[in-house]
Design a protein around this ligand. Structure first.
Ligand SMILES: [Mg+2]
Length: 161
């Protein structure tokens, strides 16, 4: 099924880098994956994981539907580039970005906390998909909260919770 992630972990920091071996580029969602919603500072555990992934030779990039003003401080704090307005769950901006980097979709993984944006985008673009639990589900965009209702139902359907 199109929405099933390859992996499901609690946090970015609980993803073993060995699970991503073979991937050259890791695309990371911002809100509730790298930092709490709208926070310009990364979650300390997520930041440590990003540093470890860099040290292991992975290329990393933030891929978020947010605008550059929200993403720039987060990217700077982590020392990685960012793709703003990624248009998830649509695959077009992600595919264009990978093409520009000379990467094939199967060389990339997308890690994020939303089934209906992150996992669906990864699936539609042909990337590996890693689903995470949101860092702080109590703080979210109102549209995201609505998505979560449907997501809870789908996660049960996929037997992921
Ligand atoms: Mg998110």
């Amino acid at each position: 099924m199109c929405l099933r992630p390859d992996y499901f972990f609690d946090r970015l920091s609980s993803v073993p880098l060995s699970a991503l071996s073979g991937a050259r580029l890791l695309l990371l969602d911002a809100d509730n994956t790298l930092s709490p919603w709208r926070s310009p500072a990364p979650d300390p555990d997520a930041a440590a994981w990003v540093a470890a992934a860099k040290a292991r030779g992975f290329a990393l990039c933030i891929a978020s539907n947010s605008d550059p003003a929200r993403l720039a401080p987060l990217a700077e704090a982590l020392g990685i580039p960012f793709l703003p307005r990624a248009g998830k769950p649509l695959p077009f901006a992600l595919r264009r970005f990978l093409r520009a980097q000379g990467l094939r979709p199967r060389d990339c993984a997308l890690l994020g906390d939303q089934l209906l944006t992150d996992v669906l985008a990864a699936r539609l673009a042909g990337l590996r998909a890693v689903l995470l639990r949101p860092l702080d589900p109590s703080r979210e965009f109102v549209g995201t909260r609505l998505n979560r209702l449907l997501e809870r139902f789908l996660l049960r359907l996929l037997r992921l919770r």
